[in-house]
Design a protein around this ligand. Structure first.
Ligand code: FAD
Length: 337
């Protein structure tokens, strides 16, 4: 175990915020994890598990212990008549994992290609895009209980998955370190092209026959057009969740705002937070280096030297103006530290 003190985290968070960790430890083996947890039992530092840092906003230096999960390995653990069961270690890149699945012709994750970050955060966030969420392919995960230092297996029913949500963001927040995730990937693909612009993109690319690889390619093209590359402009993807409101309230809002989009699901309707933010005039806003992305109002950006506090304050102002105009309180998707 190698503990580093006052360690710079700028290159480990996609917002590119210049903060440091009081203690930092790279976790590349289960032994290293056990060792550092045993050390911390006497130290009692607050622990932050860091993956790819693509869904985190640091508003100040982290005064505890950052465990940077870099556990590696991907393995086909078993096959049934209808599924492949593939286990990936938490420190593997999600995008590379999807590329691996596409290459092997394992279905189910192609719509989720190019989402930044690592395997370990995928169930925690229940990541999703283009009509697919992790919960759709999740089988089980292994996690280390920080207090007891024991390995626990969580099945799907244990995870309390919701929209960008799971038990690891609720009652078990900061209590477990996810070390591996096993995905259940169908042998017979059930393509999902109905969401977003996938069909249009497939047509544009002249795709005649659907395949896992063709969908992945289309999703990459759409995402590259729409979202800022964190290597160029610091960001963490969608900063806010799309609010879900009673359909009755949505229909009332449609009267003064007839163009308000909404995706009804029975008694509730999901609204695009980006639309609400845009209506409040924030799209393309910039104050010094903190801004709201010009092509997608849902994404807050760091043009270079913004502090986490500046980004956070901007998000606060956005929440207030949206609440004032629409009486809807936006919730942050990004984890604030
Ligand atoms: C350009 C861009 C586009 C994006 N698009 C999407 C999208 O389409 N859909 C979507 O859902 N998300 C999207 N995101 C958000 C982000 O990619 C995901 O939330 C991703 O899963 C975060 O993974 P990470 O490893 O970077 O997590 P981190 O940012 O490192 O951590 C996020 C949270 O998970 C916790 N955590 C991380 N690893 C572990 C672990 N092993 N055990 C326990 N807790 C852990 C952390 O403590 C933290 O609270 C996007 C982000 C960017 C920058």
């Amino acid at each position: 175990m190698q503990l580093l003190e006052n360690y710079a985290l700028k290159s480990f968070n996609s917002f590119g915020i210049a903060v440091s960790a009081k203690y930092y430890c790279n976790i590349s083996s289960n032994e290293a994890l056990q060792e550092v947890l045993a050390w911390n039992k006497k130290q009692h530092h607050q622990i932050l598990v860091l993956g790819g840092g693509s869904n985190i906003l640091f508003t100040k230096n982290f005064e505890g212990l950052v465990l940077h999960n870099t556990l590696k390995g991907i393995e086909l653990v078993r096959e049934s008549e209808h599924y492949y069961y593939v286990r990936a270690m938490a420190g593997e890149s999600w995008h590379e994992f999807v590329q691996y699945c596409v290459k092997q012709n394992y279905a189910g994750v192609e719509n989720l290609i190019l989402i930044p970050g690592n395997i370990g955060a995928t169930p925690m966030q229940n990541i999703g895009a283009y009509g697919v969420e992790i919960k759709d392919v999740f089988y089980e995960l292994e996690a280390v209980d920080i207090e007891a230092q024991s390995l626990v297996v969580f099945k799907k029913g244990d995870c309390n998955f919701g929209y960008r949500d799971s038990i690891f963001k609720q009652t078990l927040k900061n209590k477990f370190i996810i070390t591996s995730v096993t995905y259940e990937l169908p042998k017979l693909p059930k393509y999902n092209t109905s969401y977003g612009a996938i069909e249009m993109e497939l047509e544009k690319q002249g795709v005649k026959e659907l395949s896992i690889a063709a969908i992945a390619k289309a999703v990459i093209a759409i995402r590259q057009r729409k979202l800022p590359d964190p290597q160029q402009i610091g960001n963490a993807g969608s900063f806010f969740k799309n609010p879900v409101i009673p359909t009755e309230k949505y229909l009332q809002l449609k009267k003064p705002y007839p163009t308000l989009p909404g995706y009804a699901d029975g008694a509730s309707t999901k609204l695009p937070a980006g639309w609400l933010i845009e209506q409040c005039g924030w799209k393309g806003y910039r104050k010094e280096d903190a801004g709201c992305y010009a092509l997608q109002a849902l994404v807050l950006v760091n043009y270079g030297k913004a502090t986490g506090e500046e980004i956070y304050n901007l998000s606060e102002k956005i929440i207030q103006t949206v609440q004032h105009k629409f009486e809807i309180v936006l919730e942050r998707e990004v984890n604030i530290y």
